[in-house]
Design a protein around this ligand. Structure first.
Ligand SMILES: [Cu+2]
Length: 135
């Protein structure tokens, strides 16, 4: 391909597929984003955070469930990072990993595309546009 820009130094090759942001009721200030994150590179990839113009903060979370005195308790825990091995993929989906968009600055509309930038430890930034969906 002539005229293209070739980044020979780019080792990390993250790819996002099938992403969406959960539509939240207008009074709710937090929502979650889901997608599949694939590492097409030859080196391990470490997701360390994300940012979006529509929320104050974005955290990495993992859903978990535990049984306390016979009752199943659902919750989520913050994570410092999520690792994706070379050639591997990690599903961010309900019941597993998600991005928590905390402190929405305005209500999101169904069908609108939300810009989210994924931040990796090696300095790679990946900007994605994810549709807001009611699921
Ligand atoms: Cu969460």
């Amino acid at each position: 391909m002539a005229g293209g820009v070739v980044f020979l130094f780019a080792l990390a090759q993250p790819v996002v597929n099938g992403g969406w942001v959960r539509l939240a009721p207008p009074v709710v200030k937090d929502t979650a984003a889901y997608f599949t994150l694939e590492n097409r590179g030859k080196t391990p990839l470490r997701l360390v955070g994300a940012e979006t113009p529509v929320a104050q903060r974005v955290s990495l979370h993992r859903d978990h469930r535990e049984v306390r005195s016979g009752q199943t308790v659902l919750g989520m825990r913050p994570l410092d990072h999520v690792d994706i091995p070379p050639g591997g993929r990690v599903a961010f989906k309900p019941g597993a990993y998600h991005l928590m968009l905390e402190g929405l600055k305005r209500p999101l509309k169904p069908g609108e595309k939300v810009e989210i930038t994924l931040l990796f430890q090696d300095g790679t930034r990946l900007k994605v546009l994810l549709p807001v969906e009611m699921r």
